[in-house]
Design a protein around this ligand. Structure first.
Ligand SMILES: [Zn+2]
Length: 147
């Protein structure tokens, strides 16, 4: 068993603790780093799982990236793609909905594409979610000048 971030060997206890708390295999140091990110940004654990799955797929994602206005759950900076993992769809209010729309407007103005993914999709269809995001990255690459 090894940490999926730094490839350091981990023991069974660490493996168990990490997969139970975060759903990914991490060493003690990376568990602490990710838990700090979660506490500071209220990051859903599905965003952490998606981040590592995208990393493994070679998409160069960044976790909790500051876009100038707010922290984005996952960003793929070379194609200006922001990914937000939503956790409470059924509780969306009109205030939240208009705020989301306003945020979408600001990110489009700055050349960013934002996609919102329900956390349950990450939970049940991680592989399909990654494949779709890889397709979106390819589409964006074809349409914008890659920096
Ligand atoms: Zn590690």
């Amino acid at each position: 068993m090894a940490c999926i971030d730094c490839n350091k060997n981990i023991g069974y206890e660490t493996f168990k603790k990490s997969t139970e708390a975060l759903g990914v295999e991490l060493c003690e140091r990376h568990i602490r780093l990710i838990e700090k990110v979660i506490v500071e940004n209220d990051t859903p654990i599905e965003a952490v799982q998606l981040f590592y799955a995208l990393k493994e797929a070679g998409a160069n994602p960044m976790l909790e990236w500051w876009d100038g206005n707010k922290s984005v759950d996952i960003a793929i900076s070379r194609v200006k793609l922001n990914i937000e993992v939503d956790t409470d769809y059924q509780l969306i209010t009109h205030e939240q909905a208009i705020q989301d729309l306003e945020e979408a407007m600001h990110s489009f103005k700055n050349g960013f594409t934002t996609i919102r993914i329900p956390h349950i999709v990450v939970k049940y269809y991680l592989k399909d979610t990654v494949n779709n995001i890889l397709g979106i990255i390819q589409g964006l690459k074809a349409n914008i000048k890659v920096i």
